[in-house]
Write a protein that binds this ligand. Structure first.
Ligand SMILES: [Zn+2]
Length: 80
């Protein structure tokens, strides 16, 4: 049988465990990819009451302001 003292055995155990964790982490990170989210001007709302600017991507014509809870109608974007 191979003679090992306790400190060498602990170092081997920790090294193997950390190498396995690193391998799983790298494998998980390689498979992950984030889609780039682009904000369209249709999703940006400005409240007519409190002038709060917020994002609502669920509604197209009417949206409720999250700050003052008033309803806002989408207006045509002004040309600059
Ligand atoms: Zn508001």
């Amino acid at each position: 049988m191979i003679g090992l003292d306790i400190s060498t055995a602990i170092c081997l155990y920790l090294g193997i465990a950390l190498a396995a964790l690193l391998g799983y982490w790298l494998r998980f990170e390689r498979g992950r990819s984030f889609e780039k989210y682009e904000l369209s001007p249709k999703e940006v709302w400005t409240c007519g009451i409190c002038a709060y600017t917020y994002v609502d991507s669920l509604h197209e014509t009417l949206s409720q302001c999250p700050q003052c809870h008033s309803w806002n109608r989408k207006s045509e974007p002004a040309d600059t």
